[in-house]
Design a protein around this ligand. Structure first.
Ligand SMILES: [Zn+2]
Length: 198
């Protein structure tokens, strides 16, 4: 609940809802914003106001960007023959940071979770199949090594069982059940290099 007539308290409350931001950090941030020039607070507010309108999902891969096709899909230097499937955009960002992958991506924005009612129809798997009708040779499934991540990988394997597309899975080394986005670059690089066909 936002207390009435307490602008600092309101800001602290909103900031503390962000991941890894406790009340103490939120308080420090709020006073920092207050101390800086008002233009900074305005620019920050504007960036927050616009984020949902300015950021769209790439029509090919689901990555976030400012245009219909994301930077990776528009980059002709990227190898179109290999697609890396990830659960979330932060995983893509982590893989990009590791610099080990030069293909393209397919972002699921979720994972199969039958117990929570998330079936294959809720994920953009038709779009993945469609993309693979062209010159794609390999799909690397880089979903987390969790129950849902493994179930999703196996499902993708089944979808392409009869196809010429080879499906591989990133190697272990990524902490079990751990999120890719928190995995260090060297480990991620090794996980890619050691990927195995499934
Ligand atoms: Zn894209």
């Amino acid at each position: 609940m936002r207390p009435a007539g307490d602008p600092i308290g309101e800001l602290v409350e909103l900031l503390s809802r962000l991941p890894s931001i406790g009340e103490r950090t939120a308080t420090r941030l709020a006073f920092h914003i207050l101390k800086r020039e008002p233009e900074y607070a305005k620019a920050l507010g504007q960036a927050l106001t616009d984020i949902h309108e300015r950021v769209i999902r790439c029509e090919d891969c689901g990555n976030y960007g400012a245009e219909a096709k994301c930077k990776i899909c528009s980059d002709i230097r990227r190898d179109p023959k290999i697609i890396c499937v990830v659960a979330q955009v932060p995983d893509l960002v982590a893989i990009e940071r590791s610099g080990t992958f030069r293909g393209r991506y397919h972002v699921l924005h979720g994972l199969l979770a039958p117990l929570d009612g998330v079936g294959p129809d809720r994920l953009p798997l038709d779009a993945l199949e469609k993309r693979c009708e062209s010159d794609v040779e390999e799909i690397v499934v880089a979903t987390p090594l969790s129950v849902e991540g493994e179930a999703t990988a196996l499902y993708i394997k089944q979808v392409f069982a009869e196809s010429k597309v080879q499906v591989s899975r990133i190697a272990s080394g990524v902490p079990h059940g751990g999120e890719l986005e928190f995995t260090d670059q060297v480990t991620l690089g090794r996980a890619f290099a050691g990927r195995k066909q499934i």
